[in-house]
Design a protein around this ligand. Structure first.
Ligand SMILES: [Zn+2]
Length: 187
């Protein structure tokens, strides 16, 4: 259940990243872990600003309730003719075999055989939890639905605790930590 929702949100997320950076991305690997999910993207040239922008767009599409639409084509060629910016792992697709394309309504089109939500609304909340740039690859951890809600609450509690420890408030905490880091470096 969680995997289906996480996987659907991942389609929307990759679509948003593509829109922001203006190129088609290749997902090398997706793992559904016990606590969260990991997507590894090839040659993406991403940074935190891009990732946060994409995260925001996915959540606004969840609120809009974008539908998930499945299309079937006779071949990859036919699919590509009709959808020029189709994402497809071509190594895994046998030529002239019928192909299933999953559309996040008006947003992203990817060849995929896995199960998806019927509507992005089912994902409830999409939250990026960790970003690692490893060489030319971006490793991004994320959570959806109840796991995202629990993570959001946990993050909020931790920030409140950090504010208490440092005497900062929500608006000043980043600046306070930067200052503490600086003082530490000097002494
Ligand atoms: Zn899929």
């Amino acid at each position: 259940m969680q995997n289906r929702l996480a996987h659907t949100a991942e389609h929307a997320f990759i679509g948003s990243l593509q829109k922001i950076i203006g190129k088609t991305l290749t997902v090398r690997k997706v793992e559904h872990l016990e606590y969260d999910n990991l997507v590894i993207i090839r040659d993406a040239d991403l940074n935190m600003d891009i990732i946060i922008k994409a995260e925001q767009e996915v959540n606004s599409m969840i609120t809009q309730g974008r539908r998930i639409i499945v299309h079937t084509f006779h071949s990859l060629g036919e699919a590509k003719d009709q959808i020029p910016n189709l994402r497809a792992n071509e190594n895994r697709i046998v030529n002239n075999q019928s192909i299933r394309v999953v559309e996040i309504e008006g947003h992203d089109w990817a060849a995929c055989i896995m199960d998806h939500a019927a509507n992005l609304k089912e994902c409830v909340l999409f939250l990026v939890t960790q970003v690692n740039m490893v060489g030319a690859e971006s490793e991004i951890n994320f959570v959806v639905s109840d796991a995202a809600k629990n993570t959001a609450l946990d993050i909020s509690q931790r920030i409140l605790n950090i504010c208490k420890e440092t005497g900062a408030n929500y608006d000043t905490v980043e600046q306070t930590i930067k200052k503490l880091k600086q003082i530490n470096r000097i002494s």
